[in-house]
Design a protein around this ligand. Structure first.
Ligand code: NZQ
Ligand code: ZN
Length: 387
């Protein structure tokens, strides 16, 4: 196992009715920016619950953080925080609102042009001057409620870039599984697949001696396979909802990544597809991931075989199992309502591989993956196979 440090200061409050704990969690006397998205929290009553539980606090509201949050929108919130001396931010929403709030938190006191946080991928380590923030999660998927990363889109240049650092952990996150009742089917499907791919990015590398991390990763995959198809149909079933939500958090709160290699190339390529065509994040992963496994088969086949045996109970030679495991993965994505070709989402796809390769080359991203052997040539093939 590789050496590692585990640091995760987020206070996670999980379960039914936990939004009631807000007044004990928010710092007393804080002036709060309440940040949210396009309005789902008004329809499902979460806004009301939050406001009722924050009576007596000075609250300024900032709505309209879009899915795939935009730098341009977030900078408006930065201005409000500065003008109104706000000292705490509460994100109420899914990954986009929470990631957006991470950016706002970092940008307020940033000494320089805030766009550089993204362009130069600034890391905000513990002790950096940021505005403290917390979250009420409304969409299980990204794990952002308990990690220190964020992905932000720059509208002007159609770039989707990440940043983070240990100062970017939420102070607390309230995860009430009953909030998923109002989620559209498409978002529930997205959540299951995003979390599933988060596990694969940290698990489907090469065989190593992180036995426990492998077993934890596999148990998250198995749980998602068990509850995923059902929770989409029955989001009010608490057993399904709670296991779904906790699996999503566990998939990307840093735990399964400790001491083991990780890949993340599927995400890097997927982010481009969202930036270019506005395809839902999870859906881009279902398009790219299986083709990346095919192109990187020699590197990944040992782990693909383990995955095939342990998750899908496949038998045969390791090569056969590894190949079939990719097919089973695609089948699962289809069960979860994903389409797995870029041409299912856009007719305008022919230049995508050239565009992404040129972009990655300019950024110096010439060697991706757990063995840094996803070259620009391989990248080209992966994207072309995804058409
Ligand atoms: O904006 P509102 O009106 O709230 O509606 C949202 C949005 O339209 C809606 N929604 C959220 N909770 C709801 C609800 N509708 C009804 N009932 C509820 N309880 O769902 C839509 C999608 O929301 P969004 O936040 O965009 O989805 P998700 O949580 O999947 O987040 C995706 C974003 O997270 C980033 C993605 O790139 C994307 O920008 N990611 C962040 C990561 C991280 N920080 O660690 C990791 C991920 O890999 C991912 O890249
Ligand atoms: Zn993701």
């Amino acid at each position: 196992m590789l050496n590692f440090e585990l640091y995760n200061p987020t206070h996670l409050i999980f379960g039914k009715g936990q939004i009631e704990k807000l007044p004990t969690l928010v710092p007393q006397g804080a002036k709060i920016l309440l940040a949210y998205g396009g309005g789902s929290i008004f329809k499902n009553g979460i806004h009301e619950q939050v406001i009722n539980n924050l009576k007596g606090f000075d609250i300024v509201e900032f709505g309209g953080i879009e899915a795939n949050p935009r730098f341009e929108t977030l900078m408006k919130a930065v201005a409000i925080i500065k003008e109104q001396n706000i000292d705490f931010i509460l994100a109420v929403g899914g990954g986009s609102v929470i990631d957006g709030v991470k950016f706002i938190s970092a940008a307020v006191h940033f000494d320089g042009n805030p766009i550089d946080i993204l362009k130069k991928r600034i890391m905000f380590t513990e002790g950096s001057k940021v505005v403290p923030f917390a979250t009420v999660l409304t969409l299980p998927a990204t794990g952002t409620e308990m990690n220190s990363g964020a992905v932000i889109t720059i509208e002007a240049t159609q770039e989707k870039l990440d940043f983070g650092g240990s100062a970017m952990f939420p102070k607390f996150s309230i995860c009430d599984p009953t909030v998923i009742a109002s989620l559209p089917k498409r978002q529930l499907q997205n959540g299951v697949v995003d979390a599933y791919v988060h596990v694969l990015e940290q698990y489907l590398t090469y065989p190593h001696d992180g036995y426990l991390q492998d077993r934890i990763a596999e148990s998250i995959l198995q749980t998602l396979i068990q509850v995923g198809p059902e929770v989409v149909e029955n989001p009010t079933d608490y057993a399904l909802a709670s296991n779904f939500m906790w699996s999503c958090t566990m998939a990307l709160n840093g735990l399964i990544q400790k001491g083991v290699p990780s890949d993340w190339a599927t995400h890097m390529i997927g982010h481009e597809l969202t930036a270019l065509y506005e395809i839902d994040h999870a859906r881009t992963l279902a398009v790219v991931g299986p083709n990346l496994f095919r192109v990187m088969f020699e590197t990944k086949k040992g782990k693909l075989a383990q995955y095939g045996k342990r998750i899908f109970n496949l038998t045969g030679s390791d090569d056969e199992i590894a190949n079939e495991a990719i097919n089973k993965t695609v089948e699962f994505y289809h069960t979860m309502g994903m389409q797995t070709k870029l041409s299912d989402y856009t007719k305008d796809f022919e230049k995508t591989a050239d565009f992404i390769v040129t972009r990655f080359e300019k950024r110096g991203w010439k060697a991706l993956g757990e063995k840094q052997n996803i070259t620009l040539e391989k990248l080209q093939t992966i994207v072309e196979m995804s058409y």
